[in-house]
Design a protein around this ligand. Structure first.
Ligand code: AMP
Length: 586
């Protein structure tokens, strides 16, 4: 890991130096990968896990692959649990793990414990600095602040007394985060009390208020995942008059009740009728909130956050708020560690790629062969994982990570596609999560397939102004023979019967998977059902996850809700206002 990764009190980052470092490590990615693995194994060779596997201090790629199996979280869970329960022996790493990250838990409806340490902080800062260096070359920002819609989640202690919270919370709470943000001119305009406030809704309100107070200084608007930006500006639509009146009188709205937030905000909020009038006038002049962000933040140069994968459905709304401002999609990583940086910031979010940083982890990739060639059978398990510099252009792979925090040959569960190379490191496009979402018999539909079907059907809604899909998810209903797909939609306002029937048919026809089509034709899969849920249903789902300890910053709407995720399923079911069955297949 390069030595510039940790900034102490540096005033400003030398961007050329960062770019040069990145060019150097990517030019000889193969060597750097071997060295990185060697470092990880030298550091942790004595850990019980590696000892048991008989690595015997060897640090070369070949021995590593021969001794250490590919694992999922489930395999490592007993080890991680021991750490969380307070066993301080060298279990996965030489230095004891003292902090745990909670993954967002979208997939199973339950968060996973993941070891966290300073090395992950360093690689996060390195990724942030790298992508900023490339971004600032194309979209330079001035001195100022950023409206960062970020939220620390709940922090608690595990049974063994280890600090546990989401990875983003772990990052935001480190001094390195603030230092790095300062060095890349991206300081958050809101005080820590707002970022780490115990009530998400109050934090959203105050972030927006801080943004308006520092209106003339805001250089860009960002969040970890784009969902939080869309969520905040949807909230803005509801509360803008209250925000204006707070600014006019210099008095914080009563809805904010957390004393620490009130105290922190009172230091920033002073009566400013001129600003209040200006914001009021700007908002009143907008048509359906188009171009809201540049209108209220005149110095903003772009909008920044992860916009790929499960965030793509929010792009339409984000573009609406952004008007002419560019949308720059952020980097690719997980609680388990970072993977790649967006070093081509001019690409639109739909075609963004991530250049893997070969010095922050050791990466392997399991080839995913073409479904059709293999008659729909997952064959990737038969193939051998390949190294970072052995990837083929255009091929798809499952990502395997070995990191500095005790994960060895860990299947992250993501599917990526190789779109090109930056020097000798691959540029990956995020395709989707690996797990199938919708599957009844021979059909196979992923998160991406669902997204495309919803996008297609959503086009039909455009005939009516202001009608849009606020959010969506799905479920496989097997209570009756044959089973069928259920799609839940929350709409921005009511839609006519005829239109929704058409949408339902369109959804059914838009799953192009051969297994689905043939099953639908012979009715071994029943007619697709579109269920419309009340306004605010997806907010309830978010609130449920926040209540379980998830942080809003890492929230991803679950795109398929299984029976095991019973609370969310119950929220959905109890909010259905109308349902439609497809007649597309007769
Ligand atoms: P978490 O479980 O909260 O750590 O979330 C990590 C997961 O978020 C990854 O495994 C990906 O599935 C997804 N993710 C992270 N970064 C991106 C990105 N840039 N594009 C698409 N999906 C991403």
């Amino acid at each position: 890991m390069n030595e510039i990764a940790l900034l102490e009190n540096m005033e400003e980052l030398d961007l050329e130096k960062v770019i040069n470092e990145f060019e150097t490590v990517t030019k000889d990615a193969r060597r750097v990968q071997r060295e990185t693995l060697q470092k990880i194994l030298e550091e942790n060779g004595e850990a019980e896990y590696l000892q048991k596997l008989g690595l015997n201090g060897r640090t070369d790629v070949e021995s590593f692959k021969a001794c250490v199996p590919l694992v999922t979280h489930k395999d490592l869970d007993p080890y991680i649990q021991r750490i969380a329960d307070g066993d301080t022996s060298q279990i996965l790493t030489r230095k004891p793990i003292t902090t745990i990250s909670l993954s967002s838990g979208t997939t199973e409806g339950k968060s996973k414990f993941i070891p966290f340490n300073e090395e992950l902080v360093k690689s996060t800062m390195q990724i942030f600095q790298t992508s900023f260096a490339f971004r600032d070359r194309e979209f330079p920002i001035g001195k100022g602040k950023a409206l960062q819609l970020i939220y620390g989640g709940k922090q608690f202690k595990t049974k063994g007394g280890l600090a546990a919270c989401t990875a983003t919370t772990n990052i935001y709470s480190r001094p390195h985060y603030k230092n790095t943000m300062k060095a890349i001119r991206s300081e958050c305009c809101s005080p820590n009390e707002v970022i780490f406030g115990p009530d998400f809704h109050q934090s959203v309100y105050c972030h927006l208020l801080c943004g308006l107070i520092f209106r003339d200084e805001i250089q860009f608007v960002s969040s970890a995942f784009a969902f939080s930006i869309v969520h905040a500006f949807r909230t803005f639509e509801q509360v803008w008059e209250e925000l204006c009146s707070d600014i006019r009188d210099g008095v914080l709205n009563k809805r904010v009740t957390v004393p620490s937030i009130r105290t922190a905000m009172s230091k920033l909020l002073k009566p400013n009728p001129t600003l209040a009038d200006l914001v009021y006038k700007k908002c009143s002049g907008l048509s359906n909130w188009y171009g809201l962000i540049p209108e209220i933040f005149p110095q903003a140069k772009y909008i920044y956050g992860i916009m790929t994968g499960s965030m793509e459905p929010y792009l339409k709304k984000l573009r609406h708020y952004a008007g002419e401002l560019p949308l720059l999609s952020a980097d690719y990583g997980a609680s388990e560690g970072w993977i790649g940086a967006n070093v081509n910031p001019t690409l639109p979010p739909e075609s963004v790629t991530f250049a893997v940083l070969p010095d922050i982890g050791y990466y392997e990739f399991l080839p995913i062969r073409d479904k059709v060639q293999n008659h729909g059978v997952d064959s990737y398990t038969e193939s051998e994982p390949v190294g970072l510099t052995e990837l083929k252009l255009g091929d798809e792979y499952e990502v395997i990570v070995t990191n500095f925090a005790g994960l060895y040959r860990y299947r992250v569960g993501d599917r990526v596609k190789v779109m090109g190379f930056h020097n000798s490191t691959p540029e990956l496009q995020f395709v989707c999560r690996m797990n199938l979402l919708l599957n009844i018999n021979i059909d196979k539909n992923t998160e991406k397939d669902l997204q495309l079907a919803v996008e297609e059907a959503g086009k039909l809604l455009m005939v009516e102004e202001k009608l849009e899909i606020v959010d969506f998810t799905s479920h496989v209903d097997l209570t009756e023979e044959p089973g069928h797909y259920v799609i839940f939609w929350e709409l921005s306002r009511e839609a006519g019967e005829k239109l929704l029937n058409e949408c339902c048919n369109c959804l059914d026809q838009s799953f192009v998977d051969a297994g689905y089509l043939s099953s639908r034709k012979v009715n071994t899969i029943g007619a697709l059902e579109l269920r419309i849920v009340r306004r605010g249903t997806f907010q309830k789902i978010l609130d449920h996850y926040l209540g379980m300890g998830s942080a809003a910053s890492q929230f991803k709407t679950p795109r398929c809700v299984g029976l095991s995720n019973s609370v969310v399923l119950q929220i959905l079911r109890s909010n259905v206002v109308k349902s439609y069955f497809s007649t597309a297949f007769g």
